[in-house]
Design a protein around this ligand. Structure first.
Ligand code: ADP
Length: 803
């Protein structure tokens, strides 16, 4: 019998030796051998329990004959001693040749086995197998020996566990390899696909290039910073430039159009009304340049395309024509002055008494001379305007003063025709930036026309601020204009074919001149009329100072991807609402009836609908009902903008809000924004109370839900909990470094996708630092709230900017 110390050192050797192998059967064989040797026993075996715990399968053995081993697996059910062991108990069979608990006494004899020690292989109280030690003589196993074998059994159990882990790992690795192979396959497939797409693309590209190259017009594409991206051959020749060198250049240094001009054109243009071509002299040529924004599928602008046409020849001919008209009119005007003067003298009796007949004839001559003078003046005017020879003297002007003046001139005529005159000029109208004489000319023309073409009834002149413009309206109850007439109105020499027109004198140049003058002021002119129902001429002039509305950024800066459908049969109202929404950056579509509204809503899925109720054909109410009933449109919020409304009915239909006509533009926009941005949540850390209050005012007002936090830690916790749509945070926090907060937000899967706008007091903090740790932007204090609102909207919409 060996000592404890002996077994300890033996155990140490065994433990060390099994470390060298990971193969389970090898380890178990080694354990069996070491155990048998150390205990001077005949043999040793380790059997493992199978998955359903019914069999003990040979795992490793030493000292047993092949014949004995071939007996195979032990059925747990049939072996009482093993059952005991599997319960965690050590068992001893003193003599295997005559012990009822041992199944194979005969084999024991032939194998010369006498005593057997049975030790469970336990892994954290769970049996995983059985270890047996066989001796040649009857042996009493001592405690040290049993302890040693038990320790070996434990090692065995751990080896089994390790091996199982290893197997699992191998399987996992196998899976991984499979995955990797599969991925490689897929990669290969997508490479092929990519190649095919590239082919198609390059075909498309070649086609486009061919088209561009063969175009007579010059095409230049610039990016949003107005750097040149593309120049076609015609542009290269026309602008006398080197295409290769021009790419990437700033347009200010290479093109006849300058950045500022482009910005202005793009800002003024809308979908409905593309900007008129810009005419420019450049290196001895005259060019007509059409500028258009290019947008992606989501309506986001990503560049500008400019189309250049060489109109040098055309311009020369036009110039000659204008020159001719100008010379002729001058030549005509010169003799007309004395003719008119002498007629006046004769009529006044300075050349002796006139008979009644003579005097009536001369009156006819006088009227016609006046008409001739007017015609010559108009001709001169239009030729000068067309030649670009009129320069406006822009000054702050009070339109109501001009209205009074013009009215005074026409009062006699108005009263003479028995017409009423109504002025609707609100007090303290803002001043416009305009050429006083030219505006007088415009109003003179419109009021004179209203008089001429209104046999009975009256004339109304009104003015009202509309956004950054003053809108002036001259309306009458006269003969009106047909649809066909309306199309040609404002063109040179156009006179409607109606008795009222043929009975009165006129050149058909007045409105053409008027339109040119208004457009030269960056204003607009339009008319609403129906035959027999009078006419209303509206025009706009820019205000000296835009009205102090809620401060809003410039259109170019602000682009929303939200689109709004404006439904109103009154084109004027629809236009007004459209202008307002477009200025705020929304995409706008118009519909003029209930049917149209439904069609548009289904086709374009607007984010909001502004709906008039009383419309010819299908009413707004019916349209709302239909939109609500259709699952495709039922969720689109609807704002009712109407004079007549049945509030109860409407609220049953679930409209988002109801506004009375005439609407207050600002109020309308507020309602729209509240609905559009309702429920978007912003998590905020702002250190000073002033900023907090400011944000509260500006953002809550727009419908955002704000969550204020105490410090960096609070912000991190809330961000995870609340999952806000955006985070707005000072970089200076009381408890943590702002960059650390950004880094942590960026690290966690729950917060990595939330856009973060950082705020700083420092003018020098580079934005790149914020971007580098996963922030989306940096804004500086004092906050430019307009820009901030735009930023927020942009990130919350998450169109392109999400990390
Ligand atoms: P003119 O009055 O000298 O003919 P305008 O250019 O001012 O020229 O007007 C062009 C035409 O438009 C007129 O001939 C007339 O037929 C029509 N028109 C202009 N104003 C009105 C109006 N207020 N009501 C009806 N028709 C009008």
């Amino acid at each position: 019998m060996k000592s404890k110390a002996y077994y300890s050192s033996a155990l140490y050797d065994v433990a060390r030796s099994i470390n060298s192998s990971l193969e389970l059967s090898e380890v178990l064989n080694l354990l069996a051998k070491s155990t048998a040797k150390a205990t001077k026993s005949k043999a040793c075996s380790l059997r493992l329990l199978n998955a359903d715990k019914t069999l003990l399968v040979m795992g490793g053995a030493y000292g047993l004959s092949q014949g004995y081993l071939r007996k195979g697996n032990v059925e747990v059910e049939k072996s009482r001693i093993d059952q005991e062991a599997l319960l965690g108990n050590t068992g001893i069979i003193p003599d295997a040749t005559n012990d009822p608990r041992f199944q194979y006494p005969e084999e024991a004899k032939s194998e010369s086995i006498r005593s057997i020690l049975v030790i469970p292989l336990m892994l954290r109280d769970n049996p995983v197998g059985v270890m047996r030690l066989y001796t040649e003589d009857v042996r009493e196993f001592g405690d040290a020996e049993i302890g040693f074998v038990t320790a070996i059994a434990n090692l065995g159990a751990i080896a089994i566990q390790n091996a199982k882990l290893y197997e699992a790992l191998k399987e996992e690795l196998g899976d991984l390899t499979e995955d990797a192979n599969e991925m490689a396959d897929r990669l290969h497939e997508s490479r092929l696909q990519l190649a095919r797409q590239m082919n198609a693309l390059s075909y498309e590209k070649n086609r486009l290039e061919t088209i561009l190259a063969s175009m007579g017009e010059g095409v230049i594409v610039t990016d949003l910073d107005h750097r040149i991206l593309l120049v076609n051959a015609a542009a290269e020749a026309m602008l006398d430039m080197n295409r290769q060198e021009a790419i990437g250049q700033d347009c200010d240094s290479t093109l006849p159009v300058k950045k500022a001009e482009l910005e202005q054109i793009l800002q003024a243009a809308s979908d409905a009304k593309p900007s008129p071509p810009l005419v420019k002299k450049y290196r001895g040529k005259v060019m007509s340049i059409l500028v258009n924004q290019i947008r992606d599928e989501d309506g986001q602008p990503f560049g500008v395309v400019s189309l250049f046409r060489d109109i040098t020849e055309q311009a020369a001919i036009e110039g000659m024509k204008s020159e001719f008209i100008s010379v002729v009119s001058h030549e005509l005007r010169t003799p007309l002055t004395p003719i008119k003067g002498y007629i006046d003298l004769i009529l006044e009796g300075d050349a002796g008494e006139l008979t009644d007949e003579q005097s009536s004839y001369l009156k006819i001559v006088e009227t016609n001379t006046d008409r001739l003078v007017a015609l010559v003046n108009d001709l001169l005017d239009i030729s000068r305007i067309e030649a670009g020879k009129i320069d406006l003297e822009l000054k702050p002007v009070a339109v109501e003063d001009i209205v009074q003046e013009v009215v005074a001139v026409h009062r006699k005529q108005i009263e003479g025709r028995g017409l009423s005159l109504t002025l609707s000029l609100p007090p303290r109208l803002p001043l416009v930036k305009a050429d006083r004489n030219r505006v007088t000319q415009v109003l003179n023309n419109l009021v004179s026309n209203a008089c001429k073409y209104t046999p009975s009834g009256g004339i109304t002149i009104s003015a009202i601020p509309a956004g950054d413009f003053l809108e002036v309206t001259v309306s009458d109850t006269g003969v009106g204009l047909s649809r066909d007439d309306l199309k040609k109105l404002f063109t040179k020499f156009f006179r409607a074919k109606n008795p009222a027109t043929s009975e009165t004198g006129g050149t058909g140049l007045g409105l053409a001149i008027t339109k040119s003058i208004i457009e030269k002021h960056q204003g607009e002119i339009w008319v609403k009329s129906r035959p027999g129902k009078g006419a209303a001429f509206h025009f706009t002039l820019p205000l000296v100072e835009p009205m102090p509305t809620v401060k809003r950024p410039k259109t170019a800066l602000r682009r929303s991807t939200k689109s709004i459908l404006v439904v109103d049969d009154e084109k004027d109202t629809a236009r007004m609402i459209r202008r307002q929404l477009e200025r705020a950056g929304y995409g706008v579509r118009l519909a003029h009836s209930g049917e149209e509204a439904i069609a548009q809503a289904l086709k374009h899925r607007p984010d909001l609908i502004s709906m008039d109720i009383q419309m010819p054909g299908m009413s707004g109410l019916k349209a709302i009902e239909i939109l609500r009933a259709n699952p495709q449109t039922t969720d689109i919020p609807i704002v009712v903008v109407s004079v007549v409304q049945d509030e109860e009915e409407l609220s049953k239909l679930g409209v988002a809000d109801i506004l009375n006509k005439p609407i207050d533009e600002d109020g309308f926009l507020q309602v729209v924004e509240r609905i559009l941005w309702e429920g978007q949540r912003i998590l905020i850390f702002a250190s000073d109370p002033d900023t907090r209050q400011l944000l509260e005012e500006v953002l809550s007002h727009r419908g955002y839900h704000l969550i204020f936090t105490q410090d960096g830690l609070d912000l991190l916790v809330q961000a995870r909990k609340e999952q806000p749509d955006l985070i707005l945070m000072d970089l200076q926090l009381p408890d943590m470094d702002g960059y650390e907060v950004l880094r942590r937000l960026n690290r966690r899967p729950e917060t990595v996708d939330i856009p973060v706008i950082a705020m700083t007091d420092s003018p020098n903090e580079p934005v790149s630092n914020v971007l580098a740790v996963g922030g989306n932007d940096l804004v500086r204090k004092p906050l430019d709230l307009e820009a901030l609102v735009v930023e927020i909207e942009r990130f919350i919409e998450g169109v392109t900017e999400k990390r």
